[in-house]
Design a protein around this ligand. Structure first.
Ligand SMILES: Cc1ncc(COP(=O)(O)O)c(C=O)c1O
Length: 467
């Protein structure tokens, strides 16, 4: 039997879901709730606190609890410049990342899950077991394309969403970052233009900059993702060497293309004979369960270069990713050897074992509701506490929130002031080649919504309001 406060919290949650109470409405007081349910006052308070921890209601001093949420609107689709841009991002990124303090109390910056949410003990068991199995062989090299047992497990999982690749088409890489770098090396030459989402993940911009490539930004909607029609027009004007995008759960927007849009994107690029570098690192997080097909499922011509890793869901520190490069396989394999010679056999074998034993699926079943609750909690709190005029994305999947602040606010300044108080955020300047999103913030919500974290969001709201 669940404790009484939980059943009371559940019935209140149903009342909120039914729409009977709307954002901003006052919630029943603890005293009346205790009377109505025939429980003690502390039990009623505990039920209300449980809803507050989920971000559904918010206590206002001396006024009681109020329903959170949805009074703000989401940001509009972006309208980036139509010409390719040079990228000068590395110095800014270095200064932001080197400033990250050790005393972070609210890790809203890096897009990383709370380590407490990761199945650390089960990962350790897989490591021990692989070490026993491999013996001294665990200390040697795993040459490209990487261990066959791991490639087989990755291909098996991908077959569930309709991937058109088998173990022989996969190459194991050092995280997804290396996979995308190899894909860009195989498809582009210095000076080439690459079409990117707007806003886009800053790691993509750093890669383009380091390879001497230019970015052509394509409007991207916070709900529907990349504008495929706009891309078609842009391609007709100025043919990019490649398109790099996250069609499933975009960073920072959390948007995903519908299956029809994915199909249309692959068809467009097949006709134009332009490779699509598909960043699928958030793919296992939805939207929906089971996860939707990636673009690679619709790729008959081998133009989709599928890149992914388990950094967002399982083991960021293991630095294991992969690439299914379609018709670019041979070039990518050559570049993989040149770049870092070999991978770590122990980690590859342990991951293969972890995936084969079903531990990853069990972990995902627990992990997904946690990140959904984390997003709800941060979003509701930010909606209640951020200054008037702030617009907050409503991602259907993933664990990132994109916040558009009033235009006069400098996100870099907010980043600096918040960091001084132990609150990390990612300033919008990181997400476009020319700092177009200077009044935007990205917030990582994959954290336990503790009272301390929620207070940090209140404080962030105050810092923004004072700016
Ligand atoms: C969209 C996106 N792609 C790729 C990566 C990098 O993945 P990895 O840690 O596997 O290199 C990240 C990490 O933040 C990301 O957010």
């Amino acid at each position: 039997m669940p404790p009484r406060y939980r059943t009371i919290a559940e019935s209140l949650r149903q009342a909120l879901d039914s729409g009977a109470l709307r954002p901003g409405d006052r919630v029943i007081s603890a005293r009346r709730l205790a009377e109505r349910e025939g429980v003690s006052l502390p039990t009623a308070v505990e039920a209300l606190r449980a809803l507050e921890a989920e971000g559904l209601i918010l206590a206002r001093p001396r006024s009681g609890y109020f329903v959170c949420g949805s009074q703000t609107t989401a940001p509009d689709a972006s309208r980036p410049p139509q010409a390719p841009q040079d990228i000068t991002m590395a110095a800014l990124a270095r200064s932001i990342f080197s400033g990250s303090a050790d005393n972070i109390i609210a890790p809203l910056g890096a897009a990383l899950p709370d380590p407490d949410w990761l199945p650390v003990a089960a990962l350790q068991r897989a490591l021990n077991s692989a070490a026993r199995r491999l013996g001294n062989g665990s200390q040697t090299y795993s040459p490209p394309p990487g261990r066959a047992d791991l490639r087989r497990q990755i291909a098996l999982r991908a077959a569930d969403w309709g991937a058109r690749f088998g173990p022989e088409d996969l190459i194991i890489t050092a995280g997804e970052t290396q996979a995308m770098r190899l894909a860009l090396r195989a498809t582009c030459r210095p000076g080439d233009v690459v079409a990117v989402e707007s806003p886009t993940y800053f790691g993509v911009l750093l890669l383009l900059e380091s390879l001497g490539l230019k970015a052509l930004e394509i409007p991207t909607d916070p709900r529907d993702g990349l504008d495929v029609e706009f891309l078609a027009q842009a391609i007709a004007r100025r043919r990019p060497a490649a398109v790099i995008a996250s069609p499933t759960v975009q960073n920072p927007l959390g948007a995903s293309l519908s299956l029809e849009a994915k199909r249309a994107l692959v068809a467009l690029l097949t006709r134009a004979d332009i490779p699509l570098i598909e960043d699928d690192v958030y793919g296992d997080l939805g939207p929906g369960d089971p996860r939707p097909s990636a673009c690679k499922a619709f790729d008959e011509a081998g133009i989709v270069i599928h890149c992914s890793s388990l950094s967002k869901t399982l083991a960021p520190g293991w630095r294991i990713g992969w690439i299914a490069a379609g018709r670019y396989h041979a070039e990518v394999l050559k570049a993989r050897l040149e770049e870092s010679l070999a991978g770590p056999p122990l980690l590859e074998a342990a991951l293969a074992e972890f995936l084969a034993g079903g531990d990853y699926d069990r972990h995902l079943r627990r992990f997904r509701p946690k990140i959904q609750a984390g997003v709800r909690a941060v979003a509701s709190r930010a909606e209640a506490q951020f200054p008037q005029g702030a617009r907050i994305s409503r991602p259907t999947a993933g664990f990132l929130l994109w916040v558009e602040l009033p235009a006069h606010i400098d996100a870099l300044e907010i980043h600096r002031r918040a960091l001084a108080e132990g609150i990390s955020v990612s300033p919008g300047q990181l997400f476009s080649p020319q700092s177009s999103f200077s009044h935007h913030l990205r917030l990582n919500c994959a954290n336990e919504p503790t009272p301390r974290l929620l207070r940090a969001i209140d404080r962030l709201g105050e810092i923004c309001a004072k700016a």
